[in-house]
Ligand binder design. Sequence first.
Ligand code: NAP
Length: 280
Amino acid sequence: MQLFIVTGANKGIGNQVLKDVALLTKEPTKILLTARDTARGETAVKNMMEEIKDKLPENVTIEFHQLDIQSKPSVDSFVAYLDKTYGKQCIDLLVNNAGYAVFGRPDPDGAIATTTINTNYFGTVYLTEALLEYMKPRSRIVFVSSGVAKYLNAAYEIQPAYFVKKYTSTEQMDKYLTDYIAAAQRGEIENGAPSPSYCVSKAALTTYVWLLSQRFKSDPRKILFLSCCPGWTKTDSAGDDAPLTLPEGAKTPVYLSTHSYDELYVNNGRYFHLCAMEDW
Ligand SMILES: NC(=O)c1ccc[n+]([C@@H]2O[C@H](COP(=O)([O-])OP(=O)(O)OC[C@H]3O[C@@H](n4cnc5c(N)ncnc54)[C@H](OP(=O)(O)O)[C@@H]3O)[C@@H](O)[C@H]2O)c1
């Protein structure tokens, strides 16, 4: 049996990715729809089953599990559940989709920067590190990052291209981000659109994926680590002005989750946009 996990899958891009991947799957598969809020997660499973039950292959099941990536106890309890239920090396696909974004709102006390960086970077990294020993040979981890800084020509210092050149270890990046949060809490970070803390959190995430692929180069499981930008997609976070629909926004993460492993492995650690590898 295959085991797939999608974070922040109660709505938005994560929900769409889970649905599309479920419908494309041919093997017997359990898919864990995870969400930080139990009621929202259970409702999402119920609604999805009502919507796709006639099209879902019989051997594919979707289950809810609580998972708040910003809460270490929640992550630890999720990992303990996987360990007890499936044992080590049980995951075929992890989609790190859960994310937090606030655009264009003043952030005088650094609260937005704190939640943004703690969710998008530190929370995603904590979960990923905890799940690495649960990844099967030839499994994949897809990270829903963002290229917003690049596409809007934001300051180069908050773009993935700069981070990838500057940071050669996660320890260096962790320190920079911890200092960034402290500076934001002292009111020393400029506000504006796009949100600088969101750009910083995603530049760091994209860089983390590259560093992970380098760290695991000689791991015999040959795990695939890929990051992507879904494009500006209509969701609660991104707003109604976004040009892409949910199925359009889900395309790149779905491609990375389902396309030929061997073809993607050539670009292990890299960043994708519009279903193609792109420079940082
Ligand atoms: N939409 C875009 O244009 C766009 C562009 C580039 C990248 N992205 C990225 O795409 C991903 C999905 O965003 P979206 O646009 O689909 O936004 P969304 O509809 O607001 O969905 C965000 C999801 O993340 C969940 N989440 C937030 N904090 C969490 C936490 N601590 N633990 C677990 N789940 C958490 C939310 O749960 P709740 O419902 O409980 O809040 C929700 O399920 C994010 O990583 C985002 O940065 C989006």
